[in-house]
Design a protein around this ligand. Sequence first.
Ligand code: NAD
Length: 423
Amino acid sequence: MTAEETEKTKKCDCEDTQRHFLNRAFETLRLDDAQRNLLLSSFRETLISIPLKVRRNGIEMLRTFTGFRVQHNHARGPFKGGLRYHPASNLNEIRALAQLMTWKTALVNIPYGGAKGGIAVDPAELHADELEVLTKRFTQKMRPLLGVHQDIVAPDVGTNPRVMAWILEEYSKAHGYTPGIVTGKPLELGGSEGRLEATGYGVATITRQAAADHGLELNQARVVIQGFGNVGSHVAQRLADLGATVIALSDARGGVLCESGIDVAAALAHVRENTWLEGLPGTETISNAELLELPCDILIPAALESVIDCDNAERIRADMIVEAANMPITHQADDILRERGKIVVPDVLANAGGVLASYYEWVQNLQEFPWERDTVFYRLEERLLRTYGEVHRLAAHKGVDMRTAAYELAIHRVSEAIRLRGF
Ligand code: NAD
């Protein structure tokens, strides 16, 4: 590859990756250009500026943040998707993530469309009261677009149940108490049992099934996880409970490695005390780049997108990669991994437990009837394994990879809904 080609490849963003994956499925579904264009277009893209006064060292400063909400498709139900707070958030990224939500909700067959939002902000740079004002201003400006049967928000990178509570409060000022406007909210405000753990729990459920299908028992498996936030920490905990040996973990500061296995409960306690994993007793420090290339059975990227690209795909040594994060593998890297015989369990399936549990939370809110924790996990696991089975069978039947099979199922459902509605 020439230097120019390498540079061009590096610039590949999530949108390129998404389009490339979709094109594979479009081919097998034989959709024409007009149908493809419709499926790729966002219903609505909104960009707002949010002014905020912050006080540092006694000096007041005005800062202006950019907020986004992309509503991709609502043929199958209200728009649904997370809200991300990250300094590098931008419209292209949010657009690609909104699309992914459309396919994910269709794949697990719940009555939602797809959306995603974000604010280009590092939440760690703001005090809690500033973040609250920023969140409430975002909600004020986006309020006309939101609604329990219109667009429902959830947590994503950099946001959490507390942020959801602020959105609920701001939205409810105009509409009366409306818990169903957000999912992933605190239990005290109508949140669901199990929602916090659901994405990670679901990733672990799918990982166990995919491993078993390839002759690997979890209690024999050595696992590496990138990202120790909501998703990564709960995957780590659940896989450890299922008998796997978690040998490495990381966060934005870097990674920790212990060949004989990390005590995940101790890692959680360490992060509660010290914010970061670094300095976890009994581990050695490694970089995030080194972590991805460790020899192991299962690698689980659970942080950000595009961390496995054409630069490091040749050096990935895990046999199986389970995408807990959204779009952690670029399309070029996906091709390389496939050629190298690696098993990739795609995000659209692997992390769908999050939106499934969000759907269960919304249903409980609409019915004003909370479910027991066991009911949530029973339904989550049952639906995820059923979906996994559908994807696995289609992939085997058509001789395609799991991602293409998952997209085929999802795209077919969305295009059928569009056809039936007649718009
Ligand atoms: P989070 O903010 O709770 O955690 C993110 C983690 O990644 C943190 O440990 C952070 O330190 C780490 N991180 C940030 N930048 C990093 C970098 N450059 N290198 C390595 N680690 C880095 O976010 P989350 O909710 O756990 O989401 C993680 C991923 O899972 C995202 O791709 C998100 O879109 C996806 N996801 C989340 C949910 C959900 O329910 N929260 C559902 C589906 C998919």
